[in-house]
Write a protein that binds this ligand. Structure first.
Ligand SMILES: [Zn+2]
Length: 139
């Protein structure tokens, strides 16, 4: 059984993770992804929900801008729902070392053949840092 105290504590954690600062609207995922249905960019907005019991919740919603297809059927998704989707995608990613080293011509073959297990790798001969496209909006 979940007590109200548990619920409130969970909401506080979720709020702290998801809602952005009131003055600076910095959204974690905009600019990094596009709508899976129509390919338009994703925008974010903050919503405040006032409950009858006096609790106030701040939510961040991400939604398709529908600039490519006005009739795109994708609904807005809450921050935590989007995080779940992102985590699922990230958990499936295995970046082959040749790709990191800039030799992407063998990338496709290696992705099919190499098992997703850690192995001893040669020292990188060049800068092997991966940067997110467009840069990160959070440090
Ligand atoms: Zn869309």
């Amino acid at each position: 059984m979940i007590t109200k105290a548990d619920f409130d504590a969970a909401q506080k954690i979720l709020d702290g993770r998801c809602h952005t600062q009131k003055t600076e609207h910095v959204f974690a995922f905009t600019g990094l992804m596009r709508c899976g249905e129509c390919g338009a960019s994703i925008t974010a907005e903050n919503k405040v929900k006032h409950q009858k019991n006096g609790n106030v919740h701040h939510y961040t919603y991400y939604r398709c801008t529908k600039r490519i297809n006005r009739h795109c059927s994708q609904k807005p998704i809450r921050c935590d729902g989007l995080e779940q989707q992102v985590l699922e995608i990230i958990s499936k990613i295995n970046i082959p070392r040749p790709f990191i080293n800039g030799r992407s011509n063998t990338c496709g073959k290696n992705m099919l053949k190499k098992a997703p297990t850690a192995r001893k790798l040669p020292e990188p001969s060049e800068n092997a840092l991966i940067t997110a496209p467009g840069g990160s909006t959070r440090s």
